[in-house]
Design a protein around this ligand. Structure first.
Ligand SMILES: O=P(O)(O)OC[C@H]1O[C@H](O)[C@H](O)[C@@H](O)[C@@H]1O
Length: 528
């Protein structure tokens, strides 16, 4: 296609949302009209499915749950007046709490104000708050947030060491929908011990965000924590940024949560339109389907050309991959669906892996995120008439062009500015695109059965560890791994036992391994 035809195609397919000032350009996805036409019946079904979902259908059949993240930004859409009221009240409570914390009306026992937050959570209970903090928190927020999103002892130490002089003015958010995920539980226990070590009563610093009556909720209630906010069973972790999960940390950091909800609501309205060409989420779903042949054959590389959007790709990674990465379709057929997502930011990545994107394996499509406003205030000129922002914009256009010249497709999303409204809109745009795409490929986007397998296996390993250590403690002399496995009643798990012992040995946990480390089978082990 020559430049004139491309310019025409650009204009034909350009989507613009006037209220949000958001553009979506899918002109560099090389689908033709026949392809769009062929998907029409699937889209009709997808729009109908989505309308049912918004009305409160059991859109997550395996877990027998409604899927209601759209109600969070438009509570009047909720299927019952009770739900509407619950959403409205929770938001009011969040705002009132944040204000009291910021003004010092709620303050820690030994300080006038809370200065910092430790947010403990993982997956959907971390990625949204992390993305939003990075994108929207001011340089000097009323409370500075720090995240513990793993069971990594060194990672936990790092956060606690940073805060060692400020612990007495640090609020702790423990975020877990289920209230039973091991990582946040471990983080909470470690942080609790750290508070005890500083003679601080944890309950006076702690806030729980979890499903009512979860284990976490019970602990928070029993111990009299500072506050508890509800997470609803009809909101999935990866779509929970606009629930208490995302709103509590955002409001505490002084982020305009009403604007975030408003932006999401405006985008929800725009993506409810049952016409592909005038619905930006449908255009994304169409493009993804085209790129990967409806089978995820191409990866989605997300490149925001703005530092503050750095974590968007990581956020989308969970939203897209946990939603779409499914073995079975809704009819029980084995389909191995999904779309792999990765990315970091432009132009930084042009100096890293974009070489492969331009010339290597053509197994991806790019999504470039453009922000029109360079910075608040004027920019200095780097060269005559040229600013660093001009360079960044040029790099984006250049990459788009260079990719296209080599038959590599791209989508460009353009927003006027990174602010609470546009960030809310971006989240809502991708949530809806994922929902529509899931319908196109006939899968349940709202469960995650695959995650459970890893969790069960991990629990099995910890159980095995307890048995192995108990068996080892009965031994007076060193034994071989095989012998120990047999004594622990796990002869078929020598490899797992070897790995457990190696880890315990490395951490001086009362296990001594001796022998040739090149030959695990030659090792003996003793308690010591
Ligand atoms: O919020 P939680 O219940 O602690 O769950 C945290 C995360 O862990 C799970 O394993 C799921 O795969 C995620 O979807 C979820 O967001």
């Amino acid at each position: 296609m020559d430049a004139r035809a491309l310019w025409q195609r650009y204009q034909n397919w350009l989507y613009f949302h006037e209220g949000l000032g958001l553009y979506l350009d899918v002109s560099r996805m090389r689908f033709d009209d026949a392809f769009v036409e062929s998907l029409r019946p699937k889209f009709e079904k997808a729009f109908a499915d989505m309308a049912q979902l918004e009305k409160g259908a059991i859109a997550n059949p395996d877990e027998n749950r409604m899927v209601g993240h759209y109600w969070l930004r438009n509570p009047d859409l909720a299927p019952t007046p009770e739900l509407t009221q619950e959403i409205v009240q929770t938001l009011e409570q969040i705002e009132a709490f944040a204000e009291k914390v910021q003004t010092g009306a709620i303050h820690p026992p030994r300080a006038n104000r809370f200065t910092d937050i430790i947010s403990i959570g993982i997956g959907g209970s971390a990625l949204g708050p992390q993305f939003v903090a990075e994108a929207l928190a001011s340089d000097f927020p009323p409370l500075k947030i720090h995240f513990i999103d793993n069971s990594d002892p060194a990672g936990i130490d790092r956060v606690l060491n940073h805060l060692r002089n400020n612990l007495a003015s640090t609020l702790v958010l423990v975020i877990s929908k289920s209230g039973g995920t091991p990582e946040p539980r471990n983080g909470m226990i470690e942080v609790k011990k750290a508070y005890a070590g500083h003679n601080l009563e944890f309950a006076q610093y702690a806030v729980a965000i979890t499903s009512p009556d979860s284990n976490l909720d019970k602990v928070a209630k029993k111990e009299g924590w500072l506050a508890r906010f509800p997470m609803y069973d009809w909101v999935g972790g990866r779509t929970s940024e606009m629930s208490a999960v995302g709103l509590v940390p955002a409001a505490l950091q002084g982020i305009d949560v009403r604007a975030m909800l408003q932006g999401a609501k405006e985008m929800d309205d725009a993506t409810r339109v049952a016409d592909v060409k005038s619905n930006p989420a449908a255009l994304l779903a169409l493009s993804w389907y085209f790129a990967g042949n409806g089978k995820g054959e191409k990866d989605m590389v997300v490149l925001p050309y703005k530092d503050s959007l750095l974590l968007f790709s990581r956020y989308l990674q969970q939203l897209v991959m946990e939603s779409l990465g499914k073995e079975k379709d809704l009819d029980g057929n084995t389909v191995y669906q999904g779309i792999a997502v990765y990315g970091n930011k432009g132009s930084t990545d042009q100096h890293a892996y974009v070489q492969q994107l331009r010339e290597g394996v053509p197994n991806f499509f790019a999504t470039l995120i453009e922000v029109l406003e360079d910075r608040q205030g004027p920019s200095a000129e780097i060269d005559a008439g040229v600013t660093s922002g001009d360079y960044l914009a040029g790099f984006l256009q250049g990459t788009r062009q260079a990719l296209y010249e080599n038959q590599r497709d791209s989508i460009t999303v353009t927003i006027p500015q990174v602010n609470a409204r546009t960030v809310g809109a971006l989240i809502a745009l991708y949530e809806r695109a994922v929902g529509l795409y899931a319908s196109l490929v006939n899968i349940n986007a709202y469960h995650q059965p695959g995650v459970e397998a890893g969790k069960k296996a991990a629990a099995g390993i910890l159980d095995l560890q307890t048995r192995v250590v108990a068996a080892l403690q009965k031994e007076k002399t060193p034994v071989s791994l095989e012998e120990l496995a047999e004594k622990a009643g796990a002869s078929d798990q020598v490899e797992a036992i070897y790995k457990i012992l190696r880890h315990l040995h490395a951490n001086q946990r009362g296990v001594v391994l001796q022998g040739d480390l090149h030959k695990p089978s030659s090792l003996t082990v003793s308690a010591g």
